[in-house]
Design a binder for this molecule. Structure first.
Ligand SMILES: Nc1ncnc2c1ncn2[C@@H]1O[C@H](COP(=O)(O)OP(=O)(O)OP(=O)(O)O)[C@@H](O)[C@H]1O
Ligand SMILES: [Mg+2]
Length: 321
């Protein structure tokens, strides 16, 4: 038995309070077979008082009875701040270039403005743009005393991005496999600022497999679907939404981006990219069209920001933040 194999098996044991396996709560702090052959395990639980006994019994049974390891030493500690106090919201679109990253960043800004502290996981390994949008300079990510990573910060928003760990010249074909490894840490090993209520996940474009990856790391994350007003383009957004729903994510709503050009000269909305895409996606997913975001240009900055504040309030209400 290697440490890695042991870690995998013990990681399947549930934290009864979190109702999740230790591998997912990040509660398996260490597994180590000492020179005398004793397996030393350190576990972090959401509620030590209540669950210590049950978890010790489960681990002892696994190690002694099932795996026949003679010596076992289990230490149980409690997570410093109890269960993760924040929720996750994935931003998905299916199609690239519709404005996922833009929506992620502006929604985070608006949520922070209305008092909902929000961080961002930039999971787009093929085209991380969140650090760029928030002017974050790439620098080494530090850990705290519990080896939790401390996010970098731009415009007062905390961000963990695949880009912080990717050597600049990593070939595209290597990036995919690296994503999986990184995401494990992004969802278990980050110390978000205290009172963070929500973490937005900027997902890579695509429908099936990526949604599945996220499911593994943040199985309870809700989803927000971004589309454009063009009906033809909305098909793939529907596909992304249905894929996410199939594996158990709740789609909290649809955002139609680049919906119209706000003509400030006559106070009219010009639907220059067609219309109906957002409604169509919402209808097909049985979700609400939460927002129609105008095309942003300098003279309409106010309309643009107001629309995001409205969206932030909707997200706050629906997710009960
Ligand atoms: N409402 C808007 N008004 C004007 N420009 C916009 C708007 N939304 C997005 N854009 C622009 O469209 C381009 C694509 O946006 P963005 O990078 O956010 O899309 P994406 O879906 O994240 O793309 P990718 O699939 O490459 O990750 C960017 O140049 C962005 O500035
Ligand atoms: Mg993007």
């Amino acid at each position: 038995m290697t440490n890695q194999e042991l870690t995998k098996l013990i990681g399947k044991i549930q934290d009864p309070t979190a109702k999740l396996p230790l591998a997912e709560t990040g509660g398996l702090k260490s597994v180590f077979i000492n020179p005398e052959g004793v397996c030393e395990v350190v576990v972090l639980l959401m509620n030590k008082d209540r669950d210590e006994r049950a978890v010790k019994i489960a681990i002892t049974k696994l190690l002694k009875q099932d795996l026949e390891i003679p010596g076992v030493k289990i230490e149980v500690e409690e997570f410093p701040k109890g269960p993760a106090p924040y929720k996750y919201l994935g931003i998905a679109s299916g199609k690239g270039g519709v404005g996922k990253s833009t929506v992620t960043v502006n929604l985070a800004k608006a949520l922070n403005k209305i008092g909902i502290k929000t961080g961002i996981v930039d999971a787009d390994v093929y085209g991380a743009s969140v650090p760029f949008l928030l002017d974050i300079k790439k620098e080494p990510v530090m850990g705290d005393e519990n080896e939790m990573m401390i996010p970098l910060r731009g415009q007062n928003i905390e961000v963990m991005s695949t880009e912080f760990f990717m050597p600049d010249d990593t070939p595209l074909m290597w990036r995919g496999p690296m994503l999986n490894k990184m995401l494990t840490y992004f969802f278990n090993g980050v110390r978000w600022e205290e009172d963070t209520k929500l973490v937005l996940i900027d997902l890579p474009p695509g429908t099936g497999d990526i949604a599945l990856d996220i499911n593994k790391f943040a199985p309870k994350s809700d989803m927000l679907i971004v589309t454009t007003p063009n009906i033809a383009a909305s098909k793939i957004a529907v596909k992304a939404g249905l894929g996410a729903m199939q594996i158990g994510h709740e789609v909290i709503g649809v955002v139609e981006n680049m919906s119209y050009y706000y003509n400030y000269a006559n106070d009219q909305k010009d639907f220059i990219f067609g219309s109906g895409g957002g409604e169509e996606v919402a209808k097909k997913l049985g979700a609400q069209l939460l927002s129609q975001i105008p095309i942003n240009f300098e003279k309409t900055e106010k309309q643009y920001e107001d629309e995001y504040i409205k969206l932030a309030n909707e997200v706050k209400r629906i997710m009960d933040l």
